[in-house]
Design a protein around this ligand. Structure first.
Ligand SMILES: Cc1cc2nc3c(=O)[nH]c(=O)nc-3n(C[C@H](O)[C@H](O)[C@H](O)COP(=O)(O)O)c2cc1C
Length: 188
């Protein structure tokens, strides 16, 4: 299973709508995905559990999903020049090294003028530092509020780029699996 991480807990977030739109693109090429909606995880109400062997049930369940994922699609809005705190907080509860190392990951940013370029680059640093396989084509959805209508990306260029990334990331994950280089194959 591939997981699409909707990288904020803000109610009625654009990020969740974009994540759902991306999920339909994967479905169109026959790839099953599940969305991890950080708004549903309620992470801050549970208190920090960094490195704990006894994570709360919901967090444990999600950390396990990450560790068993074929690939991660991280959808991240820009908040004050970086990723939302809750996304980093979630990532900081993942098990190291198995959650990260050789895990295929791709990024979609959203925001204003720079379309989430800064948070995506910060995420690339985090995942690069932790030895993930980063898919090189990133998407930056500029002025996202202008190109998102009723859950659809209306800008043809942005839509095409998202479709291209979807197909490309799927091919990237498959190639890594065939070569037995990805995190899941290395567990076996
Ligand atoms: C707390 C906060 C900080 C933001 N900071 C930035 C910013 O630094 N740069 C930017 O381009 N947009 C910024 N924005 C705009 C968001 O990137 C944009 O509204 C995006 O749709 C937010 O995603 P969301 O709807 O999923 O919360 C900010 C929005 C919020 C809520």
């Amino acid at each position: 299973m591939k997981y699409i991480i909707s990288g904020t807990d803000r109610p009625q977030s654009n990020t969740l709508q974009i994540s759902q739109f991306i999920q339909t693109l994967y479905a169109q090429i026959g790839v099953q995905t599940e969305i991890i909606d950080l708004a549903k995880l309620n992470l801050f109400s549970q208190g920090p559990q960094y490195g704990s062997k006894d994570l709360s049930e919901r967090l444990q369940d999600h950390v396990q999903k990450i560790g068993l994922s074929e690939g991660l699609i991280v959808v991240c809005p820009e908040y004050n020049g970086s990723m939302p705190g809750v996304l980093k907080y979630f990532i900081d509860h993942w098990r190291y090294p198995e959650s990260f190392e050789f895990r295929p990951v791709c990024f979609v940013g959203l925001g204003g003028l720079f379309g989430g370029l800064r948070p995506v680059e910060h995420l690339q640093q985090v995942f690069g530092y932790r030895n993930a396989f980063i898919y090189p084509e990133r998407i930056f959805l500029m002025n996202v509020w202008k190109i998102l209508k009723d859950g659809e990306v209306t800008d043809p260029l942005m839509k095409d780029l998202l479709i291209k990334q979807t197909k490309g990331f799927e091919a990237f994950c498959k190639a890594l699996q065939e070569a037995k280089l990805d995190a899941l194959s290395r567990r076996k």
